[in-house]
Design a protein around this ligand. Sequence first.
Ligand SMILES: Cc1ncc(COP(=O)(O)O)c(C=O)c1O
Length: 283
Amino acid sequence: MSGEVIWSEGHSGGSVSALDRGLHYGEGLFETIACLERRPRFLALHLERLALGCARLGLPAPAAGRLRERIEQAAAALPRAIIKVLLTRGPGESRGYRWGREAGTCVIMRFPWSDADAAQGRAGARVRIASTRLGENPALAGMKHCNRLEQVLAANEPGSAEADEALMLSTSGRLICGTMTNVFLIDGEANAVRVRTPEIRTCGVAGVMRRVVMREAARAGLAVEACAMRLEDLSSAREVFLTNARVGLWPVRSLPGRELAPGPLTARLAALMRPLLEAPADG
Ligand SMILES: Cc1ncc(COP(=O)(O)O)c(C=O)c1O
């Protein structure tokens, strides 16, 4: 990885402690924030998800104002960058699972961000179905926590080189999301078009970009339904697109055994999103 550590706190000696509970138990959270024009995009939403995750996991949360300031300073150094914020409980006071009075570790990393993503976004995604499944646990659903082994296995399955992204099912067969994206499906007849996205109730990450797409669609009078979905829903979808904080809205151009033509509703939603993606909105 060609990133640089911009700021880290909660450890000594210039590196994260080998006793850090983020390393031992994956006990932490992260955010991947796209920055352009030297400003972080949707920072308020990223900070909100982080704060919610800290509350759910009982993690020591850094002061929001200070964290915001550090991220903004890191973003200001480059016209375009990806900033990764990593929070963990910090070095454990004892060897076991029980908490002590850990103060937390916070690391801010900055990575270069080329505009290749924009070209990839325009070209559309070739999508396969991952064979690795997501375990179901409502206590962890929605958070961008540091336990990402399922995504790591899915992203490295045979066939991964021929696809841009892999969609994942849960252990009970629900369609949930991509390895690094949320997914939206469009189907229905002309006068009753439906835009749906899998609910994030038992597993999956509640993406910042998913939230923005749902909000902007609702403002334009297009309700997006979050519901239980299965693989068969993908077969009947006319248009499919993916979202994440980096690529924005990413149309799917192929699914296993099927090519998808660029669709009108995806184009409409992409047009709604464009001003927000190009001029870094805070929330
Ligand atoms: C597993 C997973 N789901 C969804 C997303 C999309 O989240 P966001 O829109 O916040 O980038 C990501 C982003 O990396 C992810 O890793």
